[in-house]
Design a protein. Structure first.
Length: 280
């Protein structure tokens, strides 16, 4: 990808450290995020025999779930910018014997989708990372047939997601300064503002736009918690460059910071998200 390509920073990130970390942690992430996969598959279900598109499919969990939902007469295509995750998704489909799911590496903002193809477009936390979200959703809209469903989940604000921001707060005093995030920049919380998301979807050609709060209780097994908080996100990236002593200090701080979430062998938290739906 050239230096002038859209989303080049995200492509670089997800094809190196972040993509590798997500592949490594895929089983943990899928257990944690499974309730959100159910939300988008239920909301975006095009019916038996339908054709669906999964944006930012990651390791393929939602693509495979939708493929099972539409049955052998239907199809689901998963698209992701991360080569390692697409490879993992393909291997997973083969291992599970799901023959009506396929996967492709690509950027949804610029990918040359077949036009008027899909009866549904879904995404589980895969649409908050575009440099130009209006252009991206317009391109995705072109792939959808008239009347097709759009359903995705995206995080609400940092303030409403204490668990998701604990690692950065706890590690900050022990690491070099991390950039202060622009709330509208591509990233985990880029879709926190309901009015902004609504305007993006309407400007890109979607109608009947609706955002509903989805507050979902999630869990991470205690045995997986430290791997989760030290390998993913901005803290995980920073620790890859840190010396052993810093890693040890940060890990100790994180263990203490996450202790209040742990009960009966699991870290439990409420994830504050939007369930967004619309029509082509």
């Amino acid at each position: 990808m050239s230096d002038m390509s859209p989303n080049r920073d995200q492509a670089a990130l997800w094809n190196t450290a972040s993509g590798a970390a997500w592949v490594e942690m895929q089983a943990v992430l899928d257990r944690m995020l499974e309730p959100f996969g159910r939300l988008v598959v239920d909301a975006g279900d095009p019916g038996e025999g339908g054709r669906a598109l999964d944006i930012g499919c990651g390791g393929g969990a939602t693509t495979l779930a939708m493929a099972r939902r539409v049955g052998v007469g239907g199809r689901c295509l998963g698209l992701d910018i991360s080569r390692p995750l697409v490879a993992a998704a393909k291997a997973r489909a083969v291992a599970q014997g799901v023959t009506n799911a396929s996967f492709v590496e690509g950027d949804a903002q610029t990918h040359p989708f077949e036009r008027d193809r899909y009866d549904a477009v879904i995404s589980r936390f895969g649409v908050m990372f575009f440099d130009d979200p209006v252009a991206a959703f317009a391109n995705i809209r072109g792939s959808a047939r008239a009347g097709a469903k759009l359903a995705f989940v995206a995080w609400r604000s940092r303030a409403e997601n204490e668990f998701m921001t604990t690692a950065a707060r706890a590690a900050a005093p022990l690491l070099p300064p991390m950039p202060v995030p622009d709330p509208d920049a591509p990233g985990q919380f880029a879709f926190a503002d309901k009015a902004r998301v609504t305007s993006i979807l309407e400007a890109s050609g979607w109608s009947e736009v609706d955002l509903q709060q989805a507050d979902v209780v999630c869990r991470v097994d205690e045995d997986d918690l430290m791997a989760y908080v030290t390998k993913l996100g901005p803290v995980g990236l920073a620790l890859r460059e840190a010396d052993d002593a810093t890693v040890e200090r940060v890990t100790a701080a994180l263990r203490l910071a996450f202790a209040p979430f742990v009960e009966a062998g699991s870290a439990r938290f409420t994830a504050a998200c939007w369930l967004a739906t619309a029509r082509a």
